[in-house]
Write a protein that binds this ligand. Structure first.
Ligand code: OGA
Ligand code: ZN
Ligand code: ZN
Length: 395
């Protein structure tokens, strides 16, 4: 049995790169690992055995698990644990042996201090925090340089939006930028769609009316993650863009109206989109938390709100909470308002940052944006792969 770890398991999480192993102590149910900073992390024997990365437990090339989860006794205790060359070597009663690098253990430690440290690096903002110097990137730099690409994606993850400048007015540029991250997300609107005032619009977006801050494709089970809106021409009067940090609004609601917040994370709103050959519905809460009780997504588009399908006792609380959220998100303190110029592209996390625009007058000039989406999974995957490839320091 080898001590080998497969290539995928060895991904280095940069934020932990400086921690080394000092000691490992055998306890009843777990090994207590002490780090060079004096902090202790427990790792249960069952957890360690289950995460063994040896060639018997994981396919050497495919990297996927081949071990039987039911074969590990819950009262398993290692017969020996030692630290060698900044790795934890574990010997099991059946003579099977496992090896875990300090970096891998640090990246996956699940004590509360370590979990708090590995929270997503979100920076919630109000308009005043970003209006002076919004997070930006330069089209030619992110297209040609992987470090610039990674820096841009991390900024996008942190703030939930960036403005990419220098895109020109060429119609192929926005899919080209999006594909720098991953393949495009398709929908009934197509992979790449044109936002301009049309005579027979199948969405309010394709009129010239004001769009209050919203997230896109709320009536689908999975809202698209990263949204791109590239301004090709903006010569009409009006049409200023609006971005609102939905997590900041949710957090403000929690602080000033806990009851409304608790309703919005629990009671599902209903959304529906219909055109001649599409009819898509979804019922999900407006604010969703993840398994760590951190903000997961905001889903809000009043234009697509549908008849509620919830318990009768939840109808009034829902409307009270929905109104409170709707009022809060249009407060000027949350609305980052700016004008997209030709060649600018707003790129935002559609599941966090709501977007909108003021009404514009199509008789005063042309306004044309081109848009597309990339899903969150593929956005996060791209970040991880770029980090794996570079020694760029996170945070
Ligand atoms: C959209 C949209 C905003 C704009 O197309 O989804 O919200 O600035 N457009 O036109
Ligand atoms: Zn193994
Ligand atoms: Zn939209």
């Amino acid at each position: 049995v080898s001590f080998g770890q497969n290539q995928y398991m060895a991904v280095i999480e940069q934020g932990h790169a400086t921690l080394t192993l000092t000691s490992a102590l055998r306890d009843t149910n777990w090994v207590t690992v002490r780090w060079s900073n004096g902090h202790d992390s427990p790792f249960h024997y069952v957890w360690l055995r289950d995460n063994c990365g040896c060639a018997e437990c994981r396919h050497v090339i495919a990297g996927e698990r081949m071990s039987d989860p039911a074969s590990i006794p819950l009262d398993l205790i290692a017969t020996d644990v030692v630290t060698v060359d900044d790795s934890l070597l574990v010997t099991w009663p059946d003579a099977h042996r496992s090896s875990f690098s300090a970096q891998w253990l640090a990246a996956h430690a699940y004590d509360s201090v370590s979990r708090a440290r590995s929270r997503r690096p979100l920076q919630l903002w109000n308009a005043a925090d970003v209006a002076e110097a919004p997070p930006t990137a330069q089209f030619d730099e992110v297209m040609s340089d992987d470090t610039a690409l990674l820096e841009w994606l991390l900024r996008l993850q942190t703030y939930g939006f960036t403005i990419v400048r220098g895109m020109g007015s060429s119609p192929g540029n926005v899919p080209m930028l999006a594909k720098r991250i991953a393949f495009l997300r398709d929908s009934n609107f197509g992979q790449v769609w044109e936002v301009r005032s049309e005579p027979k619009p199948d969405s309010l977006a394709y009129t010239s009316v004001k769009l209050t801050a919203h997230t896109d494709l709320v009536s689908r089970e999975a809202q698209p993650g990263v949204q791109f809106l590239h301004c090709m021409v903006n010569e009409a009067q009006g049409g200023e863009s609006i971005l609102v940090d939905g997590f900041a609004v949710a957090e403000a609601l929690r602080q000033q109206n806990l009851e409304a917040w608790q309703t919005l994370i629990r009671v599902p709103a209903a959304f529906r989109y219909q055109n001649d050959d599409t009819d898509v519905c979804a019922s999900f809460p407006v604010i969703r938390l993840d398994h760590r009780n951190e903000y997961f997504e905001v889903r809000y588009s009043n234009a697509l709100l549908a008849p509620l399908d919830c318990d009768r006792d939840d109808v009034l609380p829902f409307y009270a909470a929905y109104q409170a959220f709707s009022l809060l998100l249009r407060e000027p303190r949350f609305e980052y308002s700016f004008r997209l110029e030709a060649g600018d592209c707003e790129v935002f996390d559609n599941r966090r940052v709501m977007h909108g625009r003021q009404a514009f007058d199509p008789n005063t000039g042309r306004r044309h944006l081109q848009g597309c989406y990339v899903d969150t999974d593929d956005f996060l995957s791209r970040i991880r792969v770029l980090q794996r490839q570079s020694d760029f320091r996170l945070r």
